[in-house]
Design a protein around this ligand. Sequence first.
Ligand SMILES: NC(=O)c1ccc[n+]([C@@H]2O[C@H](COP(=O)([O-])OP(=O)(O)OC[C@H]3O[C@@H](n4cnc5c(N)ncnc54)[C@H](O)[C@@H]3O)[C@@H](O)[C@H]2O)c1
Length: 348
Amino acid sequence: MVNLGIIGTGNMAGAHARWFQAIEGCRMVACCDVDAQRAAAFAKTYDIEGVYSDVDEMLLNGNCDAVSIVVPDPLHHPLAIKALKAGKHVLCEKPLGLNHAETVEMRDMAEEAGVINMVNFTYRNSSAIQKATELVKAVELGTIRHVHANYLQGWLVHDYWGDWRKSKNWLWRLSKAHGSGGVINDIGIHILDFASMPVGTLDSVHCKLKCFDKEEGKTIDGYDLDANDSAIITAEFSNGALGSIHTSRWAYPHENSLQLHLFGNKASIEIDLNASYTSLKINRILGRQAMGWETLDCGQTPNIPERFIRSIETGNQDQPDFARGAEIQAILDACHQSDKTDQTIKIH
Ligand SMILES: NC(=O)c1ccc[n+]([C@@H]2O[C@H](COP(=O)([O-])OP(=O)(O)OC[C@H]3O[C@@H](n4cnc5c(N)ncnc54)[C@H](O)[C@@H]3O)[C@@H](O)[C@H]2O)c1
């Protein structure tokens, strides 16, 4: 039995609790939030015995083998380092850190500690992206020449997730001083992982980031609204393919819309998570004839929390690990540098 503690009991922590509750061989034994009332309510909802408002205390007395870190982005690095020092297996929310240097330190420390480490690139929970990756590996698409990927949200325009002007949960995401790297670090990170999982790593990027005015005075309750909220990336992948990857929080009526198109010389693939997490469309070329779109059922895939628990049980580190988190963070850093300099940036 893996004893798990959850650090942070805000919005996303509910999803973590429901995932872990459903996993055989895992028991949630502790939770922690600086907001003690929120932690207590969370513990009650998910039947968790140990309730803490201090991470050090939970790591010391919480009886956890593993922790799931679900706090705002600037705290991922310091809290993961604490947990690794305490010898815990760590699942950390994305982005793994605020920059590549932080994530390299986390990766190296996790490797040294010899613990299981994973980052929650949630959209890998779609069996469609797992299947697409298998098909690319099996060269069923031939050589991929062109990639088009987008992740679109519209909550700056529309209130389906509540009024962002009235909630800290949304305000910190819009403010650099509160550790936000903007839309690109918040959800652009998912589409970068999603696109490069099947195609392979990126060699270079050219990126334009934009922060649009959204409130008079550009500040609300001490949150300066200065983080980017739209991003366009042109990318060259290591296999030579070109990619166009974009993301925005202005894309009403999209709520949470993620799409990937891969164009190879033997077949093309389309994944639209709005339509399905468990199927993709493929169009094969025979001779020089396109055979038409065929829908492929991709079955089921374990979600990342399940992969995390199974990795702890077996000792076999599954993906996406901290090394992958650091690889993606290098791309994000390159995007910010490209935006600042208006240059194409090579990714090291
Ligand atoms: N993988 C995904 O698809 C996905 C989706 C949403 C959010 N996220 C990530 O999850 C993280 C949390 O997002 P959220 O929407 O739940 O934010 P949130 O603001 O709703 O919750 C964060 C919680 O962390 C608590 N907290 C702050 N400092 C703490 C500390 N030192 N110790 C313990 N608790 C502390 C806050 O009190 C709050 O309850 C973010 O990094 C975000 O990027 C990931």
